[in-house]
Design a protein around this ligand. Structure first.
Ligand code: ADP
Ligand code: G6P
Length: 479
């Protein structure tokens, strides 16, 4: 039996209990099959990280993780991954803070990951690499002579050439993605953008069927939307809504309706314009005062990156301002928390909410949208307000779809949700529910692994590129 080896920067170690804010870890944990190996960063920093991974096993899943040094953390994680790639991939070109040493650190950590992983691989393993931290990992593994099938999945959006060309070392990174056998995206828009980039920036040759030829490589680019274990989440929501925390929330609200937003505290999530929109709702429709309370949970994230700290300060200011303007002595319109909350507790809160606000400025998929729908009581469901720029909007067309840059439009959607009759809420929910139950975490894995398993004999023509950027480009035919 072939073993699945999942590789991601963030690994939710079973020994470290606690809430996991981040879609990738949540969805993969829902879908891993027994016997798999999960390899990545331990989440810890060490003065002198060892070359050998620390290994632990739980529920027949083996976790192999390595620590990062302070410099690696700064250059690879806070630097190139989260101060260049993340903003670029979310179309925020002006938030890129490029430093050449961060890029070198990024490449070096990918080489170190590859060397540690290569020692653990068996010849028949299928390797599935996840997300922007590890774009060149496949090319590094090939350079070490690894001939297994290797796939890559990008959990973020992917921009057209006009955006991607602004990425420093963009050609080299794009060329390194061509070392994988399969490359996956959440939506057709992102896949098409990627194919356009490979064609325009590298001179690659797509055949129209998803196969792309580039130098000596031929690989497949697919669309595979991620989902959740909807059935399990729905059960968890029903149980949790009867639990102590949900009951406390309910008691604290009295007869008021609950609006809820749950995100990592990230500038891609549209939190500023969401709060602005809530203020406009209250300004425009005074009869909603005292009728609704908005609970925004924005778990602190990537606090070593300045733009995240700045956003946190701005949100504190706006939340204070909003409550100062609209609060009454017995009603506070906005409840704002920056602590992560357990997924089980969130599930109960979603079920109780009258509307869910998922308004990212740009998002690969957005699992909160799917969790919100799965958690609802079909007899009295809440309304989902969803950004058209979340990958989830492709599937969840019966949400109230909004432009997240237009606070007035979000405010109107909130008003509509607060006044929507039961029949319309049920109709919309029925259709959304179908989509969420169709595109599950399990299906996401099956579809990707099915593609990765095809053409098993079609091994890469060469062991891969040289380690240097110029040589790597040359061996993939790039300029
Ligand atoms: P991202 O991966 O960018 O964080 P997603 O919406 O795809 O966005 O995934 C977020 C995941 O993390 C969801 O499973 C959600 O329940 C969880 N999560 C998000 N925000 C919080 C929070 N504030 N506290 C706890 N969990 C959170
Ligand atoms: C997004 C990214 C993931 C990342 C997660 C949490 O979901 O796509 O790769 O793990 O955010 O971010 P963090 O920086 O804490 O890993």
């Amino acid at each position: 039996m072939q073993r699945l080896v999942v590789v991601s920067n963030r690994v939710p170690l079973p020994s470290e209990k606690g809430p996991r804010a981040g879609g990738l870890a949540v969805a993969l944990a829902d879908a891993l099959v027994p016997g798999s190996l999960w390899f990545g960063w331990s989440g810890r920093r060490a003065a002198r990280p060892g070359a050998e991974p620390a290994v632990q096993t739980s529920d027949d899943i083996t976790y192999a993780t390595i620590d990062l040094s302070d410099t690696e953390y700064r250059q690879f994680y806070a630097g190139f991954s989260n101060s260049v790639l993340w903003p670029l991939l979310h179309f925020r070109l002006s938030l890129q803070h490029f430093r050449a040493e961060d890029y070198q650190g990024y490449r070096a950590v990918n080489r170190r990951f590859a060397a540690a992983l290569a020692r653990l691989l068996r010849p028949t393993d299928r390797v599935w690499v996840h997300d922007y931290h590890l774009i060149p990992l496949g090319a590094e593994l090939r350079a070490l002579g690894v001939r297994n099938r290797i796939g890559f999945f990008l959990h973020t959006p992917f921009g057209p050439p006009a955006i991607t060309q602004a990425l420093p070392h963009g050609n080299a990174l794009l060329a390194s993605m061509c070392a994988y056998d399969v490359v996956g995206f959440h939506t057709e828009t992102y896949r098409t953008a990627f194919v356009d980039c490979v064609r325009e920036m590298l001179g690659g040759k797509p055949d129209g069927d998803g196969r792309i030829g580039f130098g000596t490589c031929a690989f497949t680019a697919i669309v595979d939307p991620i989902g959740i274990d909807a059935e399990a989440f729905a059960r968890m929501a029903a149980t949790s809504s009867r639990g102590a925390e949900s009951q406390r929330l309910r008691a604290s609200l009295g007869d008021r309706k609950l609006a809820i937003g749950v995100d990592r505290l990230d500038y891609s999530k549209g939190l500023l314009s969401r709060m602005d929109a809530f203020g406009r709702l209250l300004e425009r429709y005074p009869h909603h005062h005292r009728e609704v309370s908005f609970l925004q949970i924005a778990a602190r994230s990537r606090e070593d990156v300045n733009d995240y700290r700045d956003l946190g300060e701005e949100l504190n200011r706006i939340a204070g301002d909003l409550n100062g303007r609209f609060s009454e002595f017995d009603w506070v319109p906005l409840r704002y928390m920056t602590r992560p909350v357990r997924r089980r507790t969130l599930a109960g809160f979603y079920r109780f909410a009258h509307m869910g606000l998922v308004t990212p400025l740009r998002d690969g998929m957005n699992l909160v949208a799917k969790e919100f729908v799965a958690a609802q009581d079909s007899a009295d469901p809440g309304v989902l307000i969803l950004s058209r720029f979340a990958g989830a909007a492709d599937e969840m067309t019966d949400a109230l779809i909004v432009n997240p840059f237009d606070a007035d439009e979000i405010a109107e959607a909130m008003h509509r949700a607060l006044t929507m009759n039961l029949e319309e809420r049920q109709e919309r929910h029925r259709s959304l529910r179908q989509r969420v139950w169709h595109s599950t975490a399990r299906r996401f894995c099956e579809v990707f692994l099915d593609h990765l398993g095809r053409d098993e004999d079609d091994l890469p023509a060469s062991a891969g590129p040289d380690q240097t950027e110029g040589a790597s480009l040359a061996s993939f035919g790039g300029a």
